[in-house]
Design a protein around this ligand. Structure first.
Ligand code: PRP
Length: 182
């Protein structure tokens, strides 16, 4: 597809290159490893966007863990959050009494993670923490505390490393801002 053959046609600028991302992911993995020593953590990856981040992160977590996936719908095909959050997939592993770490690619309005957090808390976990790769600081509608943040980023629409625009660009190894005409 053209998006891979000629990404510079679509990309305004590269915000985070591959080396920068992987170095930060390694740091997050180390921190999580330290914080969850002697615990049996259940990692929950928020599909689809977090998949790439998650795959790298779990290879930098050196403790015993299990993982599961959830999927929620918030954006549809536009670049704005609709505010209507629904589960497309709920966790299959029992949350009760588990140490849960939710892993998502981006925290934007906060609506998705707030909804997911409330749901998970209603299942009585032992603990619940959240890890996001990207934090779009100035875009919050629903305040939410997160425990691990990869990068704080400006209010720009970003793609790559799992993040999409109309399901394109998820496979880029870097995170980029798209040109306006997309
Ligand atoms: C993205 C991202 C977060 C959510 C953040 O998912 O993965 O889960 O939006 O936005 P918010 O803070 O404004 O709620 P998206 O709904 O685009 O689905 P996808 O990961 O399947 O692309």
């Amino acid at each position: 597809m053209d998006q891979f053959k000629n990404p510079s046609k679509y990309v305004e600028k590269i915000l985070l290159n591959e080396e920068t991302i992987l170095q930060r992911v390694q740091e997050l993995g180390k921190q999580i490893t330290k914080d969850y020593q002697n615990k049996d953590v259940l990692l929950i990856c928020v599909l689809k966007g977090a998949l790439v981040f998650f795959a790298d992160l779990i290879r930098d977590i050196n403790i015993h863990f299990d993982f599961d996936f959830v999927q929620l719908s918030s954006y549809g095909n536009s670049t704005q959050s609709s505010g209507n959050i629904v589960f497309l997939r709920k966790p299959l592993i029992d949350i009760n009494d588990r140490d849960i770490l939710v892993v998502d690619d981006i925290l934007d309005s906060g609506l998705t993670l707030s909804y997911l957090k409330s749901y998970l808390l209603s299942k009585n976990p032992s603990s619940l923490k959240i890890c996001v790769l990207l934090n779009k600081v100035s875009h919050r509608i629903q305040p939410i505390e997160v425990d691990y943040i990869g990068f704080n980023i400006p209010d720009e629409f970003v793609v790559g490393y799992g993040l999409d625009f109309n399901d394109m660009y998820r496979g880029l190894r870097y995170i980029a801002v798209l040109k306006d005409e997309n």
